[in-house]
Design a protein around this ligand. Structure first.
Ligand SMILES: *Cc1c(COP(=O)(O)O)cnc(C)c1O
Length: 345
């Protein structure tokens, strides 16, 4: 008998499919027309997320990208300077939106582990004169995707918040995976968000919801974001259907992220291949595997695919694995074995 292994998908924590329970919660959601302002489930999600993060108001948006870009648009003017870490999602993976949608000049500062500190931000700020783009916003990312799901030290976030505010700048936190910093690091979400003005969080990452992010901040800022969301085509009608999945995700899938973290650590610890290594501490659910050899990353992705395992190539010499809600412990062992068997005769 040939055994066909079930496919294991560790490309991202976005590949999860809604569970039966989540689908039932969606089917039972009370709905309205959110563009007309009367979808009660959307309001419940916005209010609950704002409260969790200790901010005045929240806005439900279709994607993390829209949440981030709205935050940029409403806290800057075209021609302003945005200071951001060089590996940040907002800079690398949002299709040039800060330039296209908000007319921003980005100053990108490389920082190991994505840990952009106040000293480096301050050194990057343009001077206050007519020749320079005036700085108005600083962005941080927690946890940091490209750095391998690293958690920002909270003292760093506090210092950037304090320094920026003293200079009259605003701070936005890309918190697509802030959930992980909370579960792995033990600080409350409100504590993690306190030093910054706005935060975007994703429910479609790791928490198992099919769609949805929320941007939180003070009431006036969120009111402006609401207007731009409509302008950008992000006003949705019976979106309570999606918000219900996000509420379910908060109730059922937040604290269990610790399981994904343990699996990611086990995966990294299980590597025993002379050409494979993980060059970062595994703080949360992301494992960046470095593979030595010309073109070896492409061959590694293909080798794993042949064994029914999907991963993402993440630049030359690197692949990304993200254990998620749809994986189990057996999957981790299967992936470790497949990695350790790469190009073994
Ligand atoms: C995934 C992600 C986003 C947003 O992605 P969407 O696909 O637009 O939802 C933003 N920031 C980080 C750090 C991410 O990993």
């Amino acid at each position: 008998m040939t055994r066909v292994p079930k496919p294991i998908d560790m490309r991202s924590d976005t590949v999860t499919l809604p569970s039966e329970g989540m689908l039932r919660a969606m089917a039972a959601a009370e709905l309205g027309d959110d563009v007309l302002g009367d979808d009660p489930t959307v309001h419940r999600l916005q209010d609950r997320t704002a409260e969790l993060l200790g901010k005045e108001a929240g806005l439900f948006v279709p994607s993390g990208t829209m949440g981030n870009q709205l935050a940029l648009r409403v806290q800057t003017s075209p021609g302003d300077q945005l200071v951001i870490e060089d590996g940040a999602h907002i800079y690398r993976f949002e299709a040039g939106a800060p330039a296209a949608l908000s007319g921003l000049l980005m100053t990108c500062v490389p920082a190991p582990g994505g840990r952009l500190d106040w000293e480096h931000v301050e050194a990057a700020l343009n001077p206050d004169n007519v020749h320079a783009a005036p700085p108005s916003l600083v962005c941080l990312e927690n946890t940091h995707n490209r750095a391998g799901g690293r958690i920002l030290p909270q003292e760093l976030v506090v210092a950037v918040g304090a320094g920026a505010h003293a200079r009259g700048l605003r701070v936005h936190l890309d918190g697509a995976r802030l959930w992980h910093a909370h579960v792995a690091g033990g600080l409350s979400l409100a504590e993690l968000a306190r030093p910054v003005d706005t935060v975007s969080v994703c429910f479609s990452k790791a928490l198992g919801a099919p769609v949805g992010s929320v941007l939180v901040g003070d009431r006036a800022t969120i009111k402006r974001a609401y207007r731009f969301r409509k302008m950008w085509g992000g006003g949705m009608r019976q979106s309570g259907l999606l918000a219900a999945a996000c509420l379910y995700a908060l109730d059922h899938n937040l604290e269990r992220l610790a399981v994904d973290h343990a699996r990611a650590s086990a995966l990294a610890a299980g590597l025993s291949h002379p050409r494979l290594s993980v060059g970062h501490p595994v703080d949360t659910n992301i494992v960046m595997v470095d593979v030595a050899g010309e073109g070896a990353d492409v061959r590694l992705v293909a080798h794993l695919a042949a064994g029914g395992i999907k991963v993402l190539g993440f630049g030359p010499g690197r692949v990304r694995l993200v254990p998620n809600l749809n994986n189990d412990d057996a999957d981790i062992r299967t992936v470790i074995d497949a990695l350790n068997n790469f190009e073994k005769a």
